[in-house]
Every structure is written in structure tokens, then in C-alpha cells.
Design a protein around this ligand. Structure first.
Ligand SMILES: [Zn+2]
Length: 560
């Protein structure tokens, strides 16, 4: 691997102490060197730019330093300086990925049998070793089977799967890790301070993220940024150089999704378009932000204390359910994969956002910023009051009931006062009556995706003062998870404004479940769509005059 970057070359670590990260490898190699327990072949694996060849060269110095085999090569003896400058005759460095060297690879490996010219060990560093030809591997294997005491192989690869097992089994393997962004930032800070180049920390954070765990890439990006800027590395300049998305847009998008406000959502997308932002990159960044939100929901400590976006990430983590975050993440990565199929990037991007909006579980009590907690809490009571007034109608025609408009909680408070003067005492009681219509009731519950699935496949057996009993067919037993049951129980207690225990019993389900009703509605609409296409004058004309046929599967009703 050639380093095009000035900084990467200049700041290439010359000993183990200077190396950033990979402590597990450094410790193991250091122990082996100081106890003189040396293997004859080492394999360093890991993605590009994580330090494989750097460690290999330091190791070569450790083996050949004139002060003796050591974990801390002196750096000043002829062996150390010659290795540093690439002039050491007994260090043979090969790049198996380069065509120019492949031809004589076999001869070079066969020459391993000859003793080193002057050094203690003849060291072969072979980068991207998985690219070696079969004959080259055979030549190496011959040496590895009966290794001469004076030969050391240090192999490096990004793809260990492609190395023959016969070779793998004769190597001591070390897996180098991707460098965490914080470590890259710290190293860049050190380098830039030494170089007397001013920088904004935000700029380094962007570089570290873009480098994806590779220190070499991070240094080379920093090099470019220095050339690109006039003396100081600024976050805004770095952003435009990297084509990075202003995270502010992404937060705005998620806030609009949370408010379920389509106009705001498209407004943000449009202002991104006027800034000619690359939309596939925007979807990638959005997915990456959602990933951080999901981490924050599970382990809040996963978001570093000094992360400049920590507060905003935690805020979003609190306002979405884990299911929503998972859903948005899925939609974002699929949207990105499909963006090439879209009529144009903007269409692909905005359709992806609209899909998130369309599939987001609707919130009954919308906890929107600015609404007081009290208002949010009273909301279910308001809705609970509605079935009392118009229940007869629902029982008569459950399917036909149009969904009640979502009443924003803040507006709903005065309405509540008109209906029930004492707002806290408005539970709906059905104990002496047939249970309410489950399909209608479910539409008004604030439940998460899995609880929704469970509820949809149940019928309502009874509602009493303390208990709600649902019945679920044996075939849908898998939906009855503790998480779904708990969530549904909470939603029911909220709705009826009293603590309720939910029991889901398994049994024969004959009445139509909400899932069945939904299915039937869809079938009916599909049939209507088919009928209307079949009776369409244009279609009839095409069929009779042009011999066209109607492909039923191609007809889809449009949900209005
Ligand atoms: Zn030395």
C-alpha cells in the first residue's frame, strides 16, 4: 500500500508506543519479543488503514535491531534506520495486489532458504497476501513446512477467507480492529497541534466519521482539508469538502416525523434540495443517526459524553419507540438501495420520507413539544367519552364507522370540559353490557407495532372493572409475547382511565377479528377496483379491438 498522504507518511508510527489503538496486538507481540518466544509466521488481518503494515515494519525492526531482539527497537542503529527508509536488504516487502511484483513472487519466496545477508532474520512482509497465486502459495508453504530459523513471514490481508487453510494453520493470527472515531480524533488533535495547524473539533469529528475506522484515510483526508482550507480546519469547510450532511437537517426531519407533519417533512427535504445535497448520502447519514438513537434507547451511555449531538440524540431517543426507530432505519436503508431506481434522487429521497410517515404507527395522544403533560394525560379520557355517545351506531355498523379525526390534545381540553365537567371521573363502563366493538376500540388505542399485531388477531371477550379478556386463536399464539401484552394492557388502562389487567386466552375465534375485517375490506376494495377496470370503456375497447387482456394482479386499489 503506498501512502499518498504527506501526513500519513510523516506521522507513521516508528515504534509500538507511538501506535494509536491495537493494544491487544501490541501487548501480545511485545510479550513474545521480550520473552523471545517467536513464531515463524504472523498474519495480521483487518480492514484497510488500521495499521497492519505499520505494525509489520515495527515488528521487523524489533526482530533485527542491533540492540537485540526487543519490543522497543532503538530507532537509531543501522538496521532500524534502514528499515525506516526502506533500504534494509534482508527485509523483503511485497504487495501481492500489485501486478509488477507477482511475476517474480515465486523466486523471491524460494530465496527464503538462503541465509540473510547481514541481519539476524530475513523478514518477508507480504501485503494483501490473499492475492498470491497458487504457485506462490505453494512456494511459501514449502518454507513454512520446514521453516529455516532465519526466516520470518509477516503477512497482512484484508480478506483472510481467501488464504489457503494450509497456510493459515501455520500462522499466528492477529485481528486488527477498526479504530474508534474518538481515538482517531485524539490522534488528529495531536498531529495538528504538533504541525501548528488550527482546527475546529467539529471538523475532526467529521473526518473521523468519514474515515470509517482507518487512520490512514483520516490522515489523508486531513491532508486534503489542509490544502482545501486557508490555514484553519473549519467544520463548515470540512462539511462541504466531504459532502457531509448538516446534521441539523436530519434532526429536523426526525422532529417532523415525530410530529407526523408531512408539510414540514417535505419542507426540510426541499430546503436540502436547494443546497444540492446528495440524497443517497443523506439517507445513509439518516440511517446512521437512527442507529445512534437506537443505541441511546438501549444503552444511553453508548453516546459519548463529549458527543456534540448527545443531547439532541437522547431527546429523539426519548420521543420515539424502539419499534419506530427500527422501522425508520429499515425504510432509510432500503430507500437508499432503491434510490437509483427512482425517477430522480429527490423523488427517491422524499418518497422514502413519506414512507416513514405513512408507516409510522399513529399516535392517539400525540406528545408534541409544547403540549403540557396534563393535556396529554387527559387526552385518552376525551376519546373514551366518544364511544359512550355514539356506541349504538358503532355496534350497528362497525366497519363503516369513519375514523374519528385525531384531536390534538391541547385543543381537546376545553371540549372535555363541555362533555364531562369532572375530567378525572369519566371512565366508560361496559360491565353490565355486551363488550364494546373491538375493531373500533383498537383504532383508538395507542399501541406499538407488535401489540397492534396481537390485538388485531384477537376478539374481545369481556371488559370488567378490573379486567379485559381477549381471545386469540391457537394459530396466532406466537404473537402473544410479554412485551406486546404489557404494552396492550397499558394502552387499555390508559384508554379506560383505570388500572386493568389484560388476559389473553387461547381459544376458538369465530367472530371477525380486526385483522380479518381489514383483510375483507381490502378484498372488497380490490374486487371493486377489478370491477371498475373491467367496466371501463377504454379497457373494454382495448380488450375487444386490440385483443388486450387484463392482468388482475396488476390492479391495485388506491387507499384514500
Ligand atoms: Zn535499532
Amino acid at each position: 500500500m503506498s501512502d499518498t498522504s504527506v501526513l500519513a507518511r510523516k506521522w507513521r508510527p516508528k515504534n509500538f508506543a507511538q501506535l494509536a489503538g491495537q493494544e491487544h496486538v501490541v501487548r501480545a507481540l511485545g510479550n513474545a519479543l521480550s520473552q523471545n518466544r517467536l513464531h515463524h509466521a504472523y498474519l495480521f488481518t483487518g480492514t484497510r488503514g488500521v495499521g497492519k503494515t505499520t505494525i509489520a515494519r515495527i515488528f521487523a525492526k524489533s526482530l533485527n535491531c542491533l540492540t537485540g531482539i526487543t519490543a522497543t527497537p532503538c530507532g537509531v542503529c543501522s538496521a532500524c534506520t534502514e528499515i525506516d527508509s526502506g533500504r534494509f536488504v534482508d527485509l523483503i516487502e511485497l504487495d501481492a495486489a500489485s501486478n509488477t511484483q507477482v511475476d517474480n513472487m515465486r523466486e523471491l519466496l524460494e530465496s527464503a532458504l538462503y541465509a540473510p545477508t547481514s541481519a539476524r532474520f530475513k523478514v518477508y512482509i507480504i501485503d494483501e497476501v490473499h492475492m498470491l497465486s497458487k504457485s506462490a502459495f505453494n512456494a511459501m508453504l514449502k518454507t513454512l513446512e520446514e521453516p529455516p530459523a532465519h526466516v520470518k513471514f509477516i503477512l497482512a490481508t484484508t480478506d483472510p477467507q481467501k488464504i489457503p487453510v494450509t497456510v493459515l494453520s501455520r500462522c499466528l493470527q492477529f485481528n486488527l480492529k477498526q479504530l474508534p472515531p474518538a481515538l482517531i480524533v485524539a490522534h488528529l488533535q495531536h498531529v495538528l497541534t504538533e504541525e501548528r495547524i488550527e482546527f475546529e473539533l467539529g471538523a475532526l469529528n467529521l473526518v473521523a466519521r468519514a474515515a470509517q475506522g482507518s487512520m490512514r484515510d483520516a490522515l489523508s483526508l486531513t491532508d486534503q482539508a489542509i490544502a482545501f482550507s486557508s490555514g484553519k480546519l473549519e467544520e463548515s469547510a470540512m462539511r462541504s469538502m466531504l459532502g457531509a450532511i448538516d446534521q441539523g437537517y436530519l434532526f429536523e426531519l426526525l422532529h417532523a416525523l415525530h410530529r407526523q407533519n408531512g408539510a414540514d417533512l417535505l419542507g426540510v427535504a426541499e430546503s436540502m434540495a436547494t443546497r444540492s445535497i446528495a440524497f443517497d448520502a443523506a439517507l445513509q447519514e439518516l440511517a446512521s443517526l437512527l442507529h445512534r438513537i437506537a443505541l441511546a434507547q438501549t444503552v444511553p451511555q453508548a453516546i459519548a459524553e463529549d458527543d456534540p449531538e448527545r443531547v439532541r440524540v437522547l431527546e429523539l431517543a426519548a420521543s420515539f419507540t424502539p419499534e419506530e426507530v427500527q422501522l425508520f432505519y429499515q425504510i432509510a436503508i432500503h430507500g437508499r438501495a432503491e434510490i437509483e431506481l427512482a425517477p430522480d434522487e429527490y423523488a427517491g429521497f422524499s418518497m422514502t420520507l413519506l414512507r416513514m410517515l405513512a408507516f409510522a404507527p399513529s399516535r392517539v395522544a400525540l406528545p408534541v413539544k409544547g403540549f403540557t403533560q396534563a393535556a396529554v394525560q387527559t387526552a385518552p379520557v376525551v376519546q373514551a367519552a366518544q364511544p359512550v355517545q355514539s356506541r349504538a351506531a358503532h355496534v350497528a355498523a362497525p366497519v363503516a364507522t369513519p375514523p374519528a379525526p385525531v384531536v390534538p390534545a391541547a385543543v381537546a381540553v376545553p371540549v372535555l370540559e363541555q362533555i364531562v365537567p369532572v375530567s378525572t371521573a369519566a371512565p366508560v363502563r361496559y360491565a353490565d353490557d355486551a363488550p364494546p366493538d373491538w375493531n373500533y376500540l383498537l383504532g383508538r388505542l395507542n399501541v406499538q407495532a407488535m401489540a397492534q399485531q396481537l390485538a388485531k388477531h384477537c376478539v374481545l371477550d369481556s371488559v370488567s372493572e378490573q379486567q379485559v379478556v381477549l381471545r386469540l386463536a391457537q394459530e396466532h399464539k406466537h404473537l402473544q409475547t410479554k412485551m406486546a401484552t404489557d404494552n396492550l394492557q397499558t394502552a387499555l388502562s390508559d384508554y379506560f382511565a383505570r388500572p386493568l389487567k389484560l388476559s389473553v386466552v387461547l381459544g376458538k375465534v369465530e367472530a371477525a377479528t380486526p385483522a380479518k375485517i381489514e383483510h375483507q375490506t381490502r378484498e372488497t376494495r380490490q374486487q371493486q377496483a377489478l370491477d371498475s377496470v373491467a367496466s371501463d370503456a377504454f379497457v373494454l375497447g382495448a380488450v375487444t379491438e386490440l385483443g388486450a387482456t387484463v392482468v388482475p394482479e396488476s390492479i391495485k386499489y388506491v387507499n384514500q
